[in-house]
Structures are given as C-alpha cells and as structure tokens.
Design a protein around this ligand. Structure first.
Ligand code: UDP
Ligand code: MG
Length: 139
C-alpha cells in the first residue's frame, strides 16, 4: 500500500531566488499538508550524510558543496500516495526533461541546482524525515 508521507527540501538555488513562497503554494495547492517544516543550513558533513547513497556517483562532491552553500527549507508532506504524487509534481531531475507546470520546470536552474528534493520511496521518506525531525516536531 502506498504511504501517506514524503520528505522534501527547497534547495539553496530556489531559496536564493526567493521562490520558497511560490513552491509552498504549489505544494499546498496540490493537496499536500505540512506535517513538519524547518529553515536551516546544512554543514558539508550533514549534506554528505543525507546524500550518502550517492557517494560513488561522479556528482557527489559538487552535490554536497551545493547543498551546503546556503539555507534550505526541509519539510514532511502528507497526502495519499505522497511519494509518487510529489515526484510527479516536482518533475524530472533534469529540468530540461521536466514536464510543463512542474516545480522543477518552473524553478530549477540546472540538473544540479534543481530547486527541490523529493523522496523516491516510502522507506526513504521515513529515513529522510527522521534525519531532520524529531517526533516532537511533527504536527
Ligand atoms: N544530481 C546532479 N547531477 C546528476 C544527477 C543528480 O547534480 O547528473 C543532483 C541533483 O541535485 C539531484 C540529486 O543529485 O536532485 C540527487 O540525484 P537523484 O538521482 O536522486 O535525483 P532526484 O531524486 O533528486 O530527482
Ligand atoms: Mg533521489
């Protein structure tokens, strides 16, 4: 059964471009409720830990430098079929391949600086939510 939670980050490029508001509006409009949210800046170590699954990929070093380059918004979102529906709302990793009307099509600058993160499975949504939020921070 598909889960009800996913985890997202509004990445440094989108924060820098003053797109927190428009992105949150799209998230709410698409029917996601915000269970938890915070505004913070990751250290390089924390970004490295979050993206540890990509450690062997060629873009890992650049990715963690970028993800620790400025503040982000982290959030847990709730909706039926959250993981798949949110991946659909954000669009493809590479914004040039993202569908019209998706968050990445509208706001991403490049394949690396692609505006938002979205979990790729229910298990990873749980792991990623636990990386950022205690149970006292979920409502
Ligand atoms: N990324 C990158 N170059 C690539 C692929 C990915 O810089 O060729 C970055 C990009 O920021 C992406 C993140 O690494 O969002 C994680 O990659 P993944 O394949 O998990 O894409 P996502 O799940 O974010 O769509
Ligand atoms: Mg991914």
């Amino acid at each position: 059964m598909a889960g009800k939670k996913t985890f997202t980050m509004i990445k440094p490029d989108a924060v820098e471009a003053n797109n927190i508001g428009p992105i949150l509006a799209m998230i709410n409009k698409a029917g996601f409720r915000i269970l938890a949210m915070k505004y913070l800046k990751l250290t390089k170590e924390q970004a490295g830990q979050f993206y540890e699954v990509h450690k062997e990929r060629p873009f890992y070093g650049e990715l963690i430098s970028y993800m620790s380059s400025g503040p982000i918004v982290a959030a847990v979102l709730v909706k039926e079929n959250a993981v798949a529906d949110y991946r659909k709302l954000i669009g493809a990793t590479d914004p040039s391949k993202a569908d019209e009307g998706t968050i990445r099509k509208l706001f991403a600058k490049s394949i690396a600086a692609n505006a938002v993160h979205g979990s790729d499975s229910d298990d990873n949504a749980e792991i990623e939510a636990n990386f950022f939020f205690s149970h006292l921070e979920r409502f």
